[in-house]
Design a protein around this ligand. Sequence first.
Ligand SMILES: Nc1nc2c(ncn2[C@@H]2O[C@H](COP(=O)(O)OP(=O)(O)OP(=O)(O)O)[C@@H](O)[C@H]2O)c(=O)[nH]1
Length: 203
Amino acid sequence: MEDYKFLFKVVLVGNAGVGKTCLVRRFTQGLFPPGQGATIGVDFMIKTVEVDNERVKLQIWDTAGQERFRSITQSYYRSAHALILVYDISCQPTFDCLPDWLREIEEYASSKVLRILVGNKIDREDREIPRHVGEDFAQQHNMYFLETSAKEAENVEKLFMQIAQDLMEQARSKDLLRYDSNTTRIEGKTSSISDSNCCSKLA
Ligand SMILES: Nc1nc2c(ncn2[C@@H]2O[C@H](COP(=O)(O)OP(=O)(O)OP(=O)(O)O)[C@@H](O)[C@H]2O)c(=O)[nH]1
């Protein structure tokens, strides 16, 4: 068996061209791919990281932003523990589409999914969306917020490590709840959704 204690699924969504694939490749391979082509359907990469001395395996699903792949990508939402919604800070239409993406997330993802809003490409000088506008949007919709540059490796490590840390804390507190409910003989499971959203723990 592989040596890790937690396995989490992280799914990236957002308009075509915002830099989802580049963020994933920066994090998993430490590079900025030249001439990155559009993602077809869904792609995935794996990276195992260490959080609080525990090995955490992140399965990162990179979805295609193009409309024609929407029905394929939607099917990946349900099993996600975390969803990263990405826009491009130099491209207003990618920000204007965020409410549509949130509707998709509400329809197809678990209500307990950890949601993070990311404004990518902060290395660009032709910014169209001020930082505070992104921040306000995230706050209004109960999401974490981070600005990144896949090109310059800014905040990319921080983004994924924060997710790993948060999901691990969530998983641990759920374990505590289960333990309590077992000892008091109260049914610990609240719903099938929360169950499917629970981490796969291989201890
Ligand atoms: N300046 C700059 N360009 C970036 C950055 N991240 C990605 N790009 C560029 O943006 C373009 C699209 O990047 P992708 O990673 O393919 O975008 P995507 O969101 O995965 O696109 P789809 O697969 O079509 O959904 C490429 O030309 C990248 O080189 C960044 O942080 N800064």
